[in-house]
Design a protein around this ligand. Structure first.
Ligand code: SME
Length: 149
């Protein structure tokens, strides 16, 4: 990762592991990375593991507070257990729109014991904005969060 992204990661690593941890991660990512216009967590529901529930986020409120596994980009990432990048949401049929401003999205699963327990979701107002360092950073953050949850 480049120096700037390494610094962002270091500042996230240093955060207190208190109940604000996930919210603070969202705040830092949204503030520091220009093409991250909405940053949030979805977490697998304890009682029904087929549902992703919206957790802390930074950005416009979304109506998609509960998403079924397989549904939308979030649900597909959880189903396939891998990062799901959509550079142009117009080209994705299985997509849940939050706002017409959103042009692209990336979802990175959070694993515990090889199971998906949640995910980091990023929306961008630009087409195809995500670079390799974004994926590296988000994967490293997913590991930190996995240790915390
Ligand atoms: N676009 C997502 C829904 C969640 S919002 O981006 C916050 C999807 O298709 O799963």
């Amino acid at each position: 990762m480049n120096d700037r992204y390494q610094k962002i990661y270091n500042s996230i690593k240093k955060l207190d592991r208190n109940k604000e941890f996930l919210q603070n991660i969202c705040n830092i990512l949204k503030e520091k990375i220009k093409h991250f216009d909405w940053v949030g967590f979805y977490l697998i529901e304890e009682e029904n593991k087929n549902i992703l529930v919206l957790g802390p986020y930074k950005g416009e409120p979304t109506e998609h507070t509960r998403i079924e596994i397989g549904e939308g980009i979030c649900g597909q990432a959880a189903d396939q257990k891998e990062t799901f990048e959509v550079p142009d949401v117009r080209k994705e049929n299985n997509y849940l729109s939050c706002s017409p401003d959103v042009k692209s999205e990336i979802v990175v699963p959070i694993f515990k014991n090889y199971e998906v327990i949640g995910e980091i979701d990023i929306d961008s107002h630009e087409y195809d904005p995500f670079v390799e360092d974004d994926k590296k950073l988000l994967n490293k953050i997913a590991k930190l969060v996995s240790e915390y949850l």
